[in-house]
Design a protein. Sequence first.
Length: 97
Amino acid sequence: MSISVLVGIAVSWFFMENFALYKYAQYTFTIYPVLVIALAGVVARLNTIPEAQLDLVLAALGLVLVTLAFIAQIAIFAYRNSQTPPKSDEKKLVPLN
């Protein structure tokens, strides 16, 4: 149950971060490596328990989703920051003569 809640929060954070809150959270990358390391530890631990096959599959699926979200976050960040900046709407100051 907790693995699916964790993956649900991570996926919802991905969409919120990249679409609704991009202006405020565009430089936040830390969540993804932390989740990758945590889920890799869960997968490694569940791999030794033969009764936990369903949990192992859910944790491995979560690991794949979080890794793909991390790669997509880097790609979105690179794409948005490689574009030319928008032109300023400020009016140029004209000297008074």
